[in-house]
Structure formats: structure tokens, C-alpha cells
Design a protein around this ligand. Structure first.
Ligand SMILES: Cc1cc2nc3c(=O)[nH]c(=O)nc-3n(C[C@H](O)[C@H](O)[C@H](O)COP(=O)(O)OP(=O)(O)OC[C@H]3O[C@@H](n4cnc5c(N)ncnc54)[C@H](O)[C@@H]3O)c2cc1C
Length: 452
């Protein structure tokens, strides 16, 4: 029988204001760090609050070490620059494939951690690690304080502007901002670094044939090289299905099931992998990689048609090329491409192809763009004056989210959030009244590519 919720009243207590800045960023993935650094370079004082012991989010704690191309699909025009390009030039070694290859840049996630530490230090950004955002205090449409907890206990942080880069949108949740879950929530994956030569082993195929023996369902997985680490690959072979990982209980189950699956893959490889090779997991993700949870409503919702038909905007703050890539709840994956085609790779090894343009009744003779863009209005809050939520909680439909969610895109949106926060406080104007074109202009001046 389900028990009725029981409530207690927390005794009132004084909380010290432990930090103060112009801008407080919650969440220290590249989205959050790039927001912080862009604002700091314009002269703002900035604090980043991060619950893990390192910066980088999914790229470091989740071990996802692949960023996509900075060029359009022709490979001739650079459409992404800014801090994405800067950090790639600093992380050594970062391996780069051809100029227009989708999976363009690979790096060692452990290197990225240190580089982000250094980037923050050089730009005077204060970082608080092992510090959890717990709640916030709002007054007349503005966030005044957030409450944090760390080894010093409970404290408050005061700022003029807050950027929610927590992935799940924890501040948005607490402010009661309208949210929605897409019909299909892309499932999480626990990634790990595998030692042992798999160059002649098709792990996805092995899972299809022998997975049952190890408690692994049929799945569609992928992997990535780790530069300079010979014999080591980053593995994302499995998904954890059927959970919503911004629910505390589901998140716990996802971590435990993800760990079980990583071990099952190793055991399977040691039985059926290359002969004479011993396989080992030499580094598990410290947090399971979460692809999708809630999305929060903003002034404009990103739309798959505008995206894949390459609509241009005056207030453009992001360019990208990564195709729509939706991991489905049954372990299959579907890709929609600019040229109008789609392919769905089924978990059982089957494949379905076709034309999404035709199926959706879109004129197939419309020109095929070489990149897409996103307007600032997708980041503008509906009700709040000093808050931007940026990251995978973006207001986007299933398919546009499938494209926007990759890091080269979210990195740019982080930069846009940092610039907008600076412009809002320096001009004393609510973020809702900012002219998006001025945000785009400032972004370009700070090194972002071809935004106007
Ligand atoms: C398995 C997997 C493979 C992927 N593959 C690719 C790929 O190859 N290339 C690509 O570009 N993208 C890939 N993606 C997508 C991409 O990695 C994510 O969409 C992106 O990293 C999300 O970034 P984010 O900043 O929104 O969130 P996150 O990376 O989740 O960062 C959120 C940050 O906020 C912190 N945080 C959260 N809550 C709190 C709190 N209450 N207090 C303090 N800190 C908090 C977290 O610790 C974290 O550091 C993949 C995703 C997954 C899961």
C-alpha cells in the first residue's frame, strides 16, 4: 500500500552569505564554464557552483570525449569558434578528423578537467567544487539568493544574475517554471574506458549474440578513441532503459544498472572478444551520462523544421551541423539528415531508411542548408528578469533536441548566456528586454564565428 507523504517543518535558522558575485552559474560543465568565462572577460565577477569534484560535466564526469565539427557540411566555412575552438587548441592532444567529419574532435577527458580549471583561474572565475545547489529565493520575478551546501555546511550566494547550467534545470524546477518531457526521453548511458584491443571486435554485434548470457538486452552502442592512450577506447555500448533520471529513485537505479552493464560488457568481452586479449575497465564514469530529462519553457521553442531547413535569425547565437540523433527508449537510434533522409538503426541490427521530408510533407525541392542556427529567444525566460537556463533542459521538440544537445552547440549557448547576463546587468535591463541582436554582436566580438 502506498504511504501518504509525511511532512516535517524545518526549524528556521540563519544562513551565512558565503559568496557574492555579479553572476552565479550553477553547474560547471563546459556550458556553465563557458558562460562564466565569457562574462568574466567582459568584466563581470563570476562564481561557478559545481556538485562534482571537477568541471566539465558529461565531457569529464561522464567521459564523453567527442566534439563535432566546427565547420559547415561543406567543410569550407567555419561556423563555430569561441571557447570551443580555444579549448580544443589547449587540450593536448586533441585528435581531429577531416574538416567536415561529424565526429571531428576527440580528447582525453582527464586532460579537459585540468584545462577547465586553468581557464577559470586565468579569467578570475571563482569555482566552488563539491558544492550542491539546494534551493533559491525569489523576489518580484528576480532570483536574489541561492542556497548551497558543501563541507562548510549550508550557505547563501548572492548575485545580480543567475545562470542555471545544471542540465536538469534545478533552479527552474524550484521556481516552478513550466516544464515538459518529450514523448521519448533519450535514455542515459554509463561510459567507461576499456583497456584491450577491440579493433577487430564488433561489440554491438557481440551484445546481440551473447548479451542474454550476461543480462544485456539488444542495444545500439558506439565508442570513441582516446588520443595518446594506446589500446584504450571510450565505450558507450549500452543504454539504461525505462527510467527518468531527474527523479531521485530512477537516477539511483540508473547508476547501479549502468555499473552492472559496464561489468557485463567486460565479462562478455573476456569470454567472446579477441582471442588472447584480457579486457579491463580502467575508468568508469563518475556520473552516468544523462542525455535528456525535463525541458523548460522559454520565449521560443526550438523547432526541427526551422533547424533542418536552415532558417536564419537576426538574433542568432549558435550555429551547428550535427544531425538529428535520437536514442529511442528501446535502444534503437534514429538520425535525420539535412538532405531530407533518415536512417533508424534498430537495436536488433535491422535498419529502416527513408525521407523525413517526404514523410512529413515538406517540399523536397527546398534547398539543403549546410548548417543550422538558433535564435537568442530560445534562451529568454518567460517570467524572470535575471535568470537564464542553458544546456540540455533547452526548450526544444524531440527532433531539434536530438541535434541541439551535442556539446559544440551547448557550448555556444553557454557563451551566449554569459554575454547576455553581462549585458543585462551592465545595462540594468531585464534579460527579457535585451535585444538579441546585441547579444549576437557581442558574441562575435568575443570570438564566436559568423553569428550575425
Ligand atoms: C552517453 C552520452 C554520449 C553522448 N555523446 C555525445 C557526443 O559524442 N558528442 C557530443 O557533443 N555530445 C554528446 N552527448 C550529449 C552531451 O554530452 C550532453 O547533451 C551535454 O554534455 C549536456 O550538457 P549540459 O551542460 O546541459 O549538462 P551536463 O553535462 O549534465 O552538466 C551539468 C553540470 O551541472 C552539475 N550540476 C547538476 N546539478 C547540480 C546541482 N544541484 N548543484 C551543483 N551542480 C550541479 C553537474 O554535476 C554537471 O557538471 C552525449 C551524452 C551522453 C549522455
Amino acid at each position: 500500500m502506498e504511504r501518504e507523504a509525511e511532512f516535517i517543518t524545518e526549524p528556521q535558522k540563519k544562513i551565512p552569505v558565503v559568496a557574492e558575485a555579479d553572476i552565479c552559474v550553477i553547474g560547471g560543465s563546459c556550458t556553465g564554464v563557458f558562460a562564466a568565462v565569457r562574462a568574466a572577460r567582459l568584466g563581470a565577477s563570476v562564481i561557478v557552483i559545481e556538485r562534482e569534484g571537477c568541471l566539465g560535466g558529461t565531457a569529464t564526469s561522464g567521459l564523453v570525449n567527442c566534439w563535432h565539427t566546427l565547420n559547415d557540411t561543406s567543410g569550407e566555412k567555419q561556423i563555430i569558434a569561441g571557447l570551443t575552438e580555444e579549448i580544443l587548441s589547449r587540450v593536448e592532444p586533441a585528435e581531429t578528423r577531416g574538416k567536415n567529419h561529424a565526429d571531428s574532435h576527440f580528447f582525453n577527458p582527464h586532460e579537459l578537467k585540468t584545462e577547465l580549471d586553468m581557464l577559470c583561474a586565468e579569467n578570475g572565475v571563482r569555482v566552488m567544487l563539491h558544492t550542491l545547489y539546494c534551493s533559491c529565493m525569489e523576489e518580484n520575478g528576480s532570483v536574489r539568493y541561492i542556497i548551497i551546501e558543501n563541507k562548510d555546511g549550508r550557505g547563501a550566494v548572492r548575485a545580480s544574475f543567475f545562470i542555471d547550467a545544471s542540465g536538469d534545470g534545478d533552479i527552474c524546477r524550484d521556481l516552478g517554471i513550466e516544464k515538459f518531457y518529450n514523448q521519448t526521453i533519450q535514455p542515459p548511458s554509463a561510459c567507461f574506458l576499456l583497456e584491450g584491443d577491440v579493433s577487430h571486435v564488433d561489440v554491438t554485434r557481440l551484445i546481440r549474440h551473447h548479451g542474454d548470457e550476461f543480462g544485456l538486452e539488444k542495444d545500439w552502442g558506439w565508442f570513441c578513441r582516446v588520443p595518446d592512450a594506446s589500446n584504450i577506447t571510450m565505450r558507450a555500448d549500452t543504454h539504461v532503459l525505462g527510467l527518468i533520471p531527474d527523479k531521485a529513485e530512477d537516477l539511483t537505479k540508473a547508476e547501479i544498472e549502468g555499473r552492472r552493464k559496464m561489468r557485463a560488457v567486460i565479462r562478455m568481452l573476456n569470454r567472446y572478444g579477441a582471442e588472447g586479449v584480457r579486457y579491463a575497465n580502467v575508468s568508469s564514469c563518475s556520473s552516468i551520462g544523462i542525455r535528456e530529462t525535463a525541458h523548460y519553457v522559454t520565449a521560443k521553442k526550438a523547432d526541427q523544421f526551422e533547424l533542418l531547413l536552415g532558417k536564419r535569425y537576426d538574433d542568432c547565437v549558435m550555429n551547428g551541423t550535427y544531425n538529428v540523433d535520437v536514442h529511442l527508449p528501446d535502444g534503437s537510434i534514429t538520425f535525420h539528415h539535412f538532405d531530407g533522409s533518415f536512417n533508424t538503426e534498430l537495436a536488433d541490427g535491422g535498419r529502416v531508411t527513408g525521407s523525413w521530408r517526404r514523410e512529413l510533407g515538406i517540399d523536397e525541392s527546398l534547398p539543403i542548408p549546410t548548417y543550422y542556427s538558433l535564435p537568442f529567444s530560445c534562451l529568454v525566460p518567460v517570467r524572470h528578469d535575471n535568470l537564464i537556463a542553458v544546456g540540455r533542459m533547452i526548450n526544444a521538440d524531440i527532433f531539434s533536441f536530438g541535434a541541439l544537445r551535442v556539446m559544440v552547440n551547448l557550448n555556444q549557448l553557454g557563451e551566449a548566456a554569459g554575454v547576455a547576463a553581462y549585458l543585462s546587468i551592465s545595462s540594468g535591463v531585464s534579460v527579457r528586454s535585451l535585444d538579441g541582436r546585441s547579444v549576437a554582436k557581442k558574441l562575435s566580438e568575443g570570438g564566436s564565428a559568423n553569428l550575425a
